[in-house]
Write a protein that binds this ligand. Structure first.
Ligand code: SAM
Length: 261
């Protein structure tokens, strides 16, 4: 007896929120896929691109609800590949940057499913750009680090060496950093980063809910608390914040984005 043929799963980046930042390849796949498995930060406008016959599965987090375990997401993807030829797994930003995309790819690959990755514009690049903050500058930033402020709970101890980063990178772009900001800032300052270093936090970047605060490093935690910034937010730390060109600010997409917890 021949094995049933498995479909292809496309791990697709949805971009940071503004639907216009979807790649042409992603748009083409959405318009023809048989099944779509998607996250919380994927706007409704992108879900509208699929056909009526497409099977939809939401696997993201929602405020006040338990998030779906990764194992369950993996299982859903495998099941979709067993009954459909073109499955899109749509993830916010880029699927291989802080998105557990590679875990899904490995799981599917080990079960004989063909996986193709379609990169997306990551929030760490798009969100600062939408407020006119450059990530490098010829005079102020020759290096930039993308780093997570929230490491997997299963790690025995934090792997990010914030003290070393304080010395090694001119700029830091921190994902999921809001909840651990007190710890991160304390580590950076004790690692030698100047407490007066310029910082920005941008919440819900690229869409109408976008807001930003700027503060020196040693006042950042208080400002984030005072103004009640929440995820999803990108934290930018470094002198390049001073080179913001406010007139570059992009027009925001009129789509809603959930506040995460
Ligand atoms: C699980 S990570 C996924 C990152 C995603 N793979 C990417 O490449 O952008 C989610 C985090 O990305 C950041 N993020 C994603 N979209 C954002 C947005 N529109 N505005 C601000 N931060 C965003 C936030 O730090 C959020 O907590």
């Amino acid at each position: 007896m021949t094995e049933p043929t498995l479909g292809t799963v496309y791990l697709v980046g949805a971009g940071p929120g503004d639907p216009d930042l979807l790649t042409v390849k992603a748009k083409r796949l959405l318009s023809k896929c048989d099944a779509l498995v998607y996250d919380s930060l994927v706007p409704q406008e992108l879900l509208d691109l699929v056909t009526d016959r497409c099977e939809l599965h939401f696997v993201g987090k929602r405020r006040g609800h338990h998030s779906i375990p990764q194992t369950k997401t993996n299982t859903i993807l495998f099941q979709m590949a067993q009954c459909h030829s073109c499955v899109v797994r749509l993830k916010g930003g880029d699927p291989f940057l802080f998105g557990r995309g590679v875990e899904e790819a490995s799981y599917l690959d080990s079960r004989g499913v063909v996986v193709e990755v379609v990169p997306g514009i990551t929030a760490g690049i798009a969100v600062p750009a939408y407020v006119g903050i450059p990530l490098t500058h010829r005079l102020a930033g020759s290096s930039v680090t993308f780093v997570t402020g929230h490491e997997g709970v299963d790690k025995r101890r934090p792997a990010v060496n914030w003290k070393a980063l304080a010395q090694a990178s001119d700029g830091l772009v921190i994902y999921m950093g809001v909840h651990n900001l007190h710890y991160i800032v304390a580590q950076l300052i004790s690692g030698g980063l100047n407490p007066a270093t310029s910082c920005a936090v941008i919440q819900q970047g690229t869409v109408v809910g976008q807001r930003m605060l700027k503060a020196p490093l040693d006042q950042l935690v208080d400002e984030v608390k005072r103004l009640q910034f929440c995820p999803p937010s990108i934290v930018v730390i470094g002198a390049m914040v001073d080179y913001q060109v406010e007139s570059c600010s992009a027009k925001l997409a009129n789509v809603t984005m959930p506040i995460l917890f």
